[in-house]
Design a protein around this ligand. Structure first.
Ligand SMILES: Nc1ncnc2c1ncn2[C@@H]1O[C@H](COP(=O)(O)OP(=O)(O)O)[C@@H](O)[C@H]1O
Ligand SMILES: [Mg+2]
Length: 247
């Protein structure tokens, strides 16, 4: 079976810092991969290369068998790779519902969509269904900028889902959210991804969340994947215990 996402020898250095060190990686459809690692280990760099925000010094990224190395973020999004950000990229001056419609119109190649009334530009029903799926229906007419962090995270994912991704890569979807709220937030996110049959990668620091939601775990240490496999196996790896869990 062709991997959904794979990398070969992916490397990137910033000055003297090796942020990605010859990374070979494969992800298959249906997986829910959690990524752990200390701050600075290279998790976000890997995501940025895979989604076109950074170009690697060497190596390749493949999506569904196609070499997408160095393609633009927009091209990679249109191919079916969505992402959400550690700091949610929502349009704070617009309502929650408008944010979804803008996200959909940008991704549907309708350049003129920016100039049309939003309800005509895209399928408004799809936007409303996605808001309900992420439990944001009651906030539809509130300004995105007024949402608490947890709901802003959900909105960022809702916007990514409007592009109908096959794969969604989420950089720290629970950061900035209280421990009490994290599990509920992840439950809503994961149920939504299941329903839309979206494969996922998520960066997460909370090991309880990893145990509850990941089918596979990869641990980043100094620009490399130091351990990768079933969560319990990776969490028992001495290098992971030393470098990641004991951080
Ligand atoms: N745009 C950049 N310019 C210079 N150095 C960077 C840049 N992005 C990341 N780095 C460095 O690369 C390393 C990996 O960073 P990052 O991928 O953000 O780690 P993580 O997401 O695991 O915390 C760090 O040493 C960081 O300082
Ligand atoms: Mg990061």
């Amino acid at each position: 079976m062709t991997a959904l996402l794979s990398t070969k020898g992916l490397s990137l250095s910033f000055g003297g810092v090796v942020a990605a060190d010859a990374i070979d990686f494969e992800l298959h459809a249906g997986e829910r991969l959690a990524v752990v690692g200390q701050n600075g280990a290279g998790k976000t760099t890997f995501i940025n290369i895979c989604t076109g925000y950074l170009k690697p010094t060497s190596g390749h990224v493949y999506f569904a068998g196609v070499d997408i190395t160095g393609h633009s973020p927009r091209d990679i999004t249109l191919r079916g790779v969505g992402r959400s950000f550690q700091l949610p990229q929502v349009f704070g001056e617009h309502t929650v519902r408008e944010c979804l419609l803008i996200a959909a119109s940008v991704k549907s190649r309708k350049r003129s969509g920016w100039l049309l009334p939003l309800d005509q530009a895209v399928d408004a029903d799809a936007g409303d269904a996605t808001l309900e799926l992420l439990q944001l229906g009651a906030r539809a007419h509130d300004l995105a900028g007024a949402l608490p962090e947890g709901q802003r995270k959900l909105l960022d994912v809702a916007m990514a889902l409007m592009g109908k991704p096959q794969l969604l890569i989420m950089d720290e979807p629970t950061s900035g959210v209280s421990t009490d709220e994290k599990h509920g937030l992840m439950a809503v996110l994961m149920r939504a991804l299941d329903e839309r049959k979206v494969t996922s990668i998520f960066v997460e620091h909370d090991i309880d969340i990893v145990r509850a939601h990941a089918t596979r775990l990869a641990a980043w240490i100094a620009g490399r994947i130091a351990a990768d496999g079933p969560p319990e196996q990776v969490l028992a790896d001495p290098a992971v215990i030393r470098n990641v869990i004991g951080e």
